[in-house]
Design a binder for this molecule. Structure first.
Ligand code: FMN
Length: 179
């Protein structure tokens, strides 16, 4: 049975919710899954794959997620990695105006921490998911910028896209372990 470690960094809980949904899907598909916050300093040794996800603040992963990446890359045996970022926009849903989202999808650079993962590990995929923004999350300036971007407060997590991504990871891992 494959073993997967899922680590998440979440400031307000939406990334944690996505990590838990991914974990549920993996378990339903018969994978031995451990889900922890990056703060828990878990050891990556002994896992067939790691799934790392973080909320995006100021276009990069949270500092605690950057530390987790350092820990992963310093390990003796670095497992294959799948990464996800949670922000105002995703591949299939968004909190921003649709036209702006299309432009961002076409031009956005991946977060620096993901680029570091890509160069230092066997990063199999990086997926961008839309998360949650509540009115109280930002000070006035941030709320004004959000309004100018056509932002709508709420929960834009696309659970079926998240499930689909998790199923793909398990299928990929199974094929590989069977070979
Ligand atoms: C201080 C702060 C900075 C943020 N910076 C960005 C950003 O640069 N780009 C973006 O698309 N979303 C940004 N967001 C939106 C968050 O990524 C989004 O709300 C996400 O769902 C947060 O995940 P969490 O609930 O796990 O903390 C920011 C949110 C906060 C509170």
């Amino acid at each position: 049975m494959p073993r997967i470690l899922i680590e998440y960094a979440s400031a307000k809980g939406s990334t944690e919710g996505i990590a838990r949904k991914i974990g549920e899907c993996c378990e339903q598909m018969g994978v031995d899954t451990k889900i922890v916050s990056v703060e828990q300093d878990s050891d990556f040794d002994g896992f067939d794959a790691a799934i790392l996800g973080s909320a995006v603040h100021d276009r990069d992963w949270l500092p605690s997620a950057r530390t987790a990446v350092d820990r992963l890359l310093a390990g003796k045996q670095v497992p294959p990695v799948w990464a996800f970022s949670v922000s105002t926009w995703g591949e299939t849903s968004t909190l921003l105006a649709h036209r702006l989202t299309r432009r961002i999808r076409a031009t956005a650079r991946e977060p620096n921490t993901v680029a570091r993962l890509r160069s230092g590990s066997d990063l199999r995929d990086h997926r961008q998911f839309a998360g949650v923004v509540r009115r109280g999350d930002w000070p006035l300036f941030g709320r004004c910028v959000f309004a100018l971007m056509g932002g709508k407060y709420g929960d834009a997590r696309d659970w079926s896209d998240i499930e689909h991504w998790a199923e793909g990871i398990v299928a990929n891992l199974r094929n590989e372990l069977e070979d």
